[in-house]
Design a protein around this ligand. Structure first.
Ligand code: KG4
Ligand code: ZN
Length: 354
């Protein structure tokens, strides 16, 4: 019923061109994207190098960097899309969850820009947006998931298994009870002396390593929930003990350590994802969020697709980590429903159900 409504509106709108500016500023990436219906014309991301030396995101520095980046990023997006700001039909922005100071920069900018241009303002939930990035149609005959599908959302702040019943009808059936998968990659990297963000670093070194050399305990948590804090602690103690025996332990085993911890994290994720697919009977499986950029996780999913007869949806690399293209596509679907927000909108730091 809802889907039919969307399809009708979609077919109607596709004949017209709707331009939406998406703004993302929830963590440490300042991003602006322009979408024309479901096609991305520009997706500009300014990463904040400033956090590298601190081994994690420093909230105060993140807000300041967003403040500096936001105007140049939006100007570049408009330039790349070759459109004038007067052609914009709406502005979509991330309202939460995320770092409050960071969210305030994007929210305040979006509100004043929409007011100045006298166009609608659309609030977007960051986690829904990661999932809806699958509906960006920037390749010919791109296959998009059909409802209902399962999505494993794995980022620096979240780890969830979601049943996606419709664009805005999502049910979380499993989540982490402590740390997120991305956070575990980042912490493991920090223990190994690698810079932030650690996920891409571990991914890179793991490609040269043997994933079966070191074994780490996989948590045993009931239902479809996850836990990563025990794994993180056992990795820390393991490295600390080995360094006592051999101060060069990390440098001599870096690739194998990266491959082994990566395998453990992937095993934890895949075990629950398989259980969720079995429990729900859903075989359309998507992944989203920064950790979905992981090359080994992508490989494992592709193999599982063959093994279990799944249909797997893996986002384009640029739509895995934080980006405004996902905010713009979510904004487009809300625009079709005329789901607008007003100038009273304030950011929220935490999701109602994480
Ligand atoms: O979605 P995202 O950009 O931000 C949040 O919403 O949190 O995710 C960032 C997380 C970081 O923890 C980063 O280390 C992880 O995604 N990440 C990766 C890879 N690329 C980014 N983790 C594993 N392998 C990667 N290739
Ligand atoms: Zn994210």
């Amino acid at each position: 019923m809802i889907t039919l409504f969307f399809k009708k509106l979609y077919n109607y709108q596709i004949k017209m061109s709707t331009f939406i500016l998406g703004i993302e500023s929830s963590c440490d990436d300042t991003s602006a994207a322009i979408i024309k219906n479901t096609k991305i014309l520009a997706n500009i991301v300014a990463n904040q190098e400033v956090h590298k030396k601190y081994g994690g995101v420093v909230p105060e520095l993140a807000s300041r960097a967003h403040q500096q980046n936001i105007i140049p990023v939006i100007e570049s997006a408009l330039q790349k899309a070759k459109i004038n700001k007067k052609q914009l039909n709406a502005i979509a922005f991330t309202r939460g969850p995320g770092l409050l100071g960071s969210l305030l920069v994007g929210t305040s900018f979006a509100k004043s820009f929409a007011l100045g241009l006298n166009i609608p303002l659309i609030e977007v939930d960051h986690l829904q947006a990661h999932i809806l990035a699958h509906f960006i149609e920037d390749e010919e005959n791109k296959s998009i998931p059909e409802f209902p599908f399962l999505c494993l959302t794995v980022s620096g702040g979240h780890t969830q298994i979601v049943i996606v019943k419709d664009y805005f009808d999502m049910e979380i059936i499993g989540k982490t009870i402590d740390d997120a998968a991305g956070e575990t990659f980042d912490k493991a990297a920090k223990i190994l002396g690698l810079p932030y963000p650690g996920g891409p670093e571990i991914d890179k070194y793991a490609q040269e390593g043997n994933q079966n050399i070191f074994k780490f305990p996989e948590p045993d948590i009931p239902d479809l929930n996850f836990s990563f804090s025990g794994l993180k602690t056992s990795f820390l103690y393991f490295i600390r003990d080995r360094l006592k025996e051999n101060p060069r332990f990390i440098e001599q085993n870096q690739a194998d350590l990266c491959a082994s911890i990566q395998l453990t994290i992937i095993n934890v994720l895949m075990k629950k994802l398989k259980a969720a697919a079995k429990k729900t009977g859903i075989k359309q499986i998507a992944i989203a969020g920064g950790v979905s950029a992981n090359s080994q996780l992508r490989k494992v999913l592709k193999n599982t697709e063959k093994e279990l007869g799944w249909k797997v949806f893996i986002p384009k690399f640029e739509y895995t980590t934080d980006n405004a293209a996902m905010i713009a596509i979510t904004g487009y679907f809300k625009f079709l429903k005329k789901d607008f927000t007003d100038q009273k909108a304030v950011p929220y730091a935490r999701a109602s159900s994480q």
